[in-house]
Ligand binder design. Structure first.
Ligand code: HEC
Ligand code: HEC
Ligand code: HEC
Ligand code: HEC
Ligand code: HEC
Length: 147
């Protein structure tokens, strides 16, 4: 009996871990491990921060089409993995300029076949790093009339 419960608890835990590793199912099984890991394509080949702007953006169809003509050369509706609510001000430009790396906020992307939120970018997670790196934790730094 005790063993039965233990097995159930372990199954539930495994389920939890699986759920964390499996991000949203994307319309095309694009793999960062293959393209950014094995093939060593640079993040910037697909993610650029347009000037002016604060976002990193997803690749345009032509980027994929360069190697996959006739297959992945049309608009693909990717499901977003990381997103902050509209009442939060967030800038990739400022963070990258301040020396923060993609991996600090998004984990070891180049080793992942499928992306999932694997770091804490809730308010608590933002605050933890801001405390560590001595950036401001004033409410108005991330909220209110900034955007
Ligand atoms: C520099 C060339 C290059 C670029 C750019 C590129 N790929 Fe690939 N991709 C490859 C190669 C090489 C493979 C592995 C060989 C193969 O299966 O065709 C591959 C494999 C894949 C696969 C595995 C299944 C399949 O159909 O082969 C998918 C899905 C895929 N790529 C999607 C994309 C998408 C979407 C983009 C744009 C975001 C993209 N690729 C950009 C070269 C590229
Ligand atoms: C060949 C193109 C390509 C390269 C190179 C590439 N990515 Fe991506 N990236 C994509 C595509 C396509 C998506 C959307 C599908 C997905 O989420 O897996 C994406 C999604 C992401 C996301 C999730 C965005 C969101 O919120 O939905 C992050 C974070 C990311 N990439 C980081 C990186 C980093 C870091 C690197 C370099 C180590 C990198 N990418 C290299 C094509 C690329
Ligand atoms: C300080 C943390 C942080 C760093 C550093 C960071 N990101 Fe992000 N990233 C985020 C957050 C938060 C979001 C969600 C932003 C939103 O919803 O506006 C995001 C979203 C994204 C997206 C989805 C499109 C977008 O701009 O919303 C991509 C792609 C992405 N990041 C790639 C990268 C790449 C590539 C790097 C390294 C050059 C990087 N990120 C560095 C926190 C970070
Ligand atoms: C990995 C560490 C780290 C994480 C995680 C992080 N930040 Fe930051 N943030 C910094 C650093 C370092 C600076 C630069 C501080 C400076 O220049 O004095 C900064 C600056 C900022 C700024 C000022 C930008 C500007 O335009 O000057 C805002 C706003 C901000 N962060 C919001 C956020 C939000 C929202 C999140 C969570 C979604 C977040 N940060 C997550 C390290 C981080
Ligand atoms: C470093 C950036 C940062 C700072 C500083 C910050 N917040 Fe936030 N805040 C966030 C982010 C990111 C979210 C969205 C969290 C999420 O997506 O779960 C958020 C969400 C919220 C929410 C909505 C909560 C919810 O559960 O939906 C409130 C209310 C809030 N913040 C108030 C504050 C107050 C009050 C302060 C000052 C004590 C503050 N924030 C400071 C980044 C920040």
């Amino acid at each position: 009996m005790a063993l039965g419960w233990l097995a159930l608890a372990l199954l539930a835990m495994a389920g939890g871990i699986m759920a964390q590793e499996n991000g949203p199912v994307q319309p095309v099984p694009y793999s960062h491990k293959l393209h950014a890991g094995d093939m060593k394509l640079k993040c910037a080949q697909c993610h650029v921060n347009p000037d002016p702007g604060e976002t990193m953006t997803l690749p345009k169809p032509a980027v994929c089409g360069a190697c996959h003509a006739g297959k992945y050369d049309r608009e693909i509706k990717w499901t977003r993995v990381y997103e902050v609510p509209s009442f939060v001000y967030f800038s990739h430009r400022a963070h990258v300029k301040a020396g923060n790396t993609c991996e600090e906020c998004h984990g070891p992307v180049a080793t992942r076949t499928q992306l999932a939120r694997e770091t804490d970018l809730t308010m608590g997670g933002c605050m933890n790093c801001h405390r560590e790196k001595k950036a401001s934790i004033d409410c108005t730094f991330c909220h209110e009339q900034r955007n």
